[in-house]
Write a new protein. Sequence first.
Length: 204
Amino acid sequence: MGKLFVISAPSGTGKTSLIQSVLDDPQSSKTKLGISCTTREKRLKEEHGVSYFFISQQEFVNRVNKNEFLEYAKVFGNFYGTPKDWVLSILEKGENVILELDIQGALQVRQTFPDAKTIFIIPPSYEELSNRLEKRAQDPYEEIQTRLKEAKKEVSIGKDFNQVIVNDDFNEALADLKNFIFSDNLPSRERQEISRNSLNLLLD
Ligand code: 5GP
């Protein structure tokens, strides 16, 4: 059986870019990223079957009823679900799977697969997270406030994941993530201290 990694992070933490860089590494030849189904609108530059499978609410409900999802959740008003058969088939082939899920989904997967390795990526501070969300200019002001509020709840759960990684510096965070996924190694003592300090700041 391959290994299952579940990566979660508050919106705007940079987890998608980090995961893309992990997958660009030659060591990732036996590591696949799950493609979820979602009812949200396709954004510019996104492709059906690449970023997500964009499906209607009706189809989503049908798939829930047919028990086709390993987990599913409503995130910021839209439904997201992980196709179960795909994940199982990859793991059975002995390959690894990375799932990029919201915190509720991560908890659901951990219940089904207690051996799943859960990773929580945090921003260095809420100020920095707020700056990144504003810079991304993807969401209106109210939506950014909602995401920041949500981030606080997520941190209170994600702090107990197998590995917490702080994205204060992209390359450092990427090295921590690759270490954990490809070599089963913990971040250096210095990096662990930085992430502990950030976590304490976020939990204050
Ligand atoms: P976005 O719409 O910005 O791509 O994603 C919004 C949130 O939904 C992110 O936290 C993302 O990780 C999460 N997400 C994406 N796919 C799934 C999924 O299949 N299940 C769950 N529970 N969350 C997902």
